[in-house]
Design a protein around this ligand. Structure first.
Ligand SMILES: [Zn+2]
Length: 361
């Protein structure tokens, strides 16, 4: 492992905005942008003051984030090799998930991890009977008093968000009082809620309860203009590629989700890239198909990158605590045609102080 900080030059950097040739400082605890390289690197460049620094070809990004994963079902190290440097885990055994943020802090072969812990649901509600969920992943909330206990328990385990389910396609759902009690309890302890909203009429119920952050783009029904207007203050995690028909046919639920996400974005809604990784046959790493689906929604290059970010971690002048020891990196420059962006971004791997050396030219 490389123990000391190194300065390298890189062709370009995305940190919420584009930077040209740049000097980047890489250490085991932080990667950050020092500033613009004074002279172009390469055979045609004059010998600028940075010409003696080792050079990293390609494009360096704030760590790509998958905002909806289930780490209990995938290989976290493979995810890092596939370019994902940060994840939000949206549900597993709370006592197991509680260990992951620390693992992500000490092990650069892992992504940086935030967790929800368990999934708050009513007795018998999703995912109580789902094959993928460990027995203790559903955290049963029977009434408003339970809501506060469950939220405080997740907070004490180190959760960054509270995950709850509102899925009328599979089992019973919370009544309005308990929904509101969860939203209020989460607010009181300073945690965001992330709701799995599925089934006709459930988006309206979530919004009525003040729940604005959704684990999936709604796919059960085409949402009215009124609901989209109300939803647009919130954040939706995309997960468009969980809907897939065989043989490349268009999937009906995906078409509904794409139309909803388009309307949501047009009204200013905030979109995060997320895949529900662990749910079915999805690539472990940057998912090219998810990015293509987001392009169909209308996201151009910078919108895609914003959905993949974490946009504060590389900017010069930020407080050191905000920097991460990981960045995502693609060895190639951005393609001339934005239609090629998903394939380009899917070539990403995660750069750390210990993997830097093998990539320097
Ligand atoms: Zn999920």
């Amino acid at each position: 492992m490389q123990q000391e900080a190194r300065l390298v030059t890189v062709d370009r950097v995305w940190s919420g905005r584009w930077h040209g040739p740049s000097v980047v400082r890489v250490s085991p605890t932080a990667i950050h942008l020092v500033g613009a390289a004074a002279a172009e690197h390469g055979a045609h460049a004059g010998r600028g003051e940075h010409a003696d620094l080792p050079h990293l070809p390609g494009t360096l990004f704030s760590p790509f984030t998958d905002s909806h994963v289930h780490l209990g079902l995938v290989d976290a190290e493979q995810l890092v090799r596939g370019g994902i440097g940060r994840v939000l885990d949206l549900g597993w055994s709370p006592d197991v998930a509680a260990l992951w943020p620390e693992r992500g802090r000490v092990d650069a072969g892992w992504p940086e991890v935030q967790v929800a812990g368990g999934l708050l649901c009513p007795p018998g509600g999703y995912p109580s009977l789902a094959g993928w969920a460990p027995d203790d992943a559903p955290v049963v909330v029977a009434d408003a008093a339970d809501a506060e206990r469950a939220v405080v328990r997740m907070r004490d385990l180190g959760a960054s968000v509270v995950k709850l389910t509102l899925n009328s396609d599979v089992g019973p759902v919370f009544d309005d009082d308990v929904l509101r009690a969860i939203a209020v309890a989460a607010d009181l302890v300073g945690l965001l809620t992330v709701a799995h909203v599925q089934g006709a009429g459930q988006v309206r119920r979530a919004l009525d309860a003040g729940l604005l952050r959704f684990a999936h783009t709604p796919f059960s029904e085409l949402l009215s203009d009124d609901l989209l207007d109300r939803a647009a203050d919130g954040t939706w995690i995309s997960t468009l590629d969980i809907h897939r028909a065989a043989d490349g046919d268009r999937d009906e639920a995906q078409e509904v989700a794409i139309a909803n996400l388009r309307g949501f974005r047009e009204r200013g809604g905030h979109v995060l890239y997320g895949t529900d990784l662990g749910n079915g046959d999805l690539p472990v790493g940057v998912n090219e198909r998810e990015l293509r689906a987001l392009q169909r929604v209308g996201l151009g290059r910078e919108a895609l990158l914003r959905a993949l970010g974490s946009d504060d971690s590389l900017d010069a002048g930020q407080d050191g605590a905000h920097w991460t020891p990981r960045a995502s990196w693609v060895p190639q420059p951005p393609p001339g045609d934005e239609r090629d962006d998903p394939a380009w971004l899917a070539r990403a791997s995660v750069l750390t102080a210990s993997t830097l050396q093998e990539h320097l030219s």
